[in-house]
Design a protein around this ligand. Structure first.
Ligand code: DKA
Length: 133
């Protein structure tokens, strides 16, 4: 169930994120910020659907959506994407498409940690979040 993801998570480890940001076209100034911030990620589930908030000194962003229904997303690096989030086999998979490009953010739970795997073509970044609440 998506409910297992609900809560407040703090990023503790980020691997290969600069390469991932380059692969999706993030400019140098934003990449510098993206490489140093350790976001807080909050997931909640209610009658309106699933809400994901990403909070950091650099930027805050929020999306609310229903699983399997496409919506428009303005990302922290200012892409305007068509986004769809699905939940299958314990994986929360967010697929963003824009300008003929696509990327996925796959979130899973392992040993009480939330693992976000960011994929663009053959570039993969892995970010680990630990539960705060
Ligand atoms: C995550 O949830 C990954 C989010 C990917 C955002 C890509 C753009 C970031 C620009 C600072 O940990």
């Amino acid at each position: 169930m998506v409910d297992q993801f609900a809560g407040t998570w703090k990023m503790t480890v980020s691997d290969n994120f600069d390469a991932y940001m380059r692969a999706i076209g993030v400019g140098l100034a934003t990449r510098k910020m993206g490489n140093v911030v350790k976001p807080t990620f909050i997931i909640s589930v209610d009658d309106d659907g699933v809400t994901m908030k990403t909070l950091s000194h650099f930027k805050n962003s929020q999306i609310t959506f229903r699983l399997g229904e496409e919506f428009e997303e303005k990302t922290a690096d200012n892409r305007l994407t068509k986004t769809i989030v699905t939940f299958t086999d314990g994986k929360l998979v967010q697929t963003q498409t824009w300008d003929g490009k696509t990327t996925t953010l796959e979130r899973t739970l392992h040993s009480g940690k939330l693992i976000t795997t960011c994929t663009s073509g053959d570039v993969v970044a892995v970010r680990t979040y630990e539960r705060e609440a």
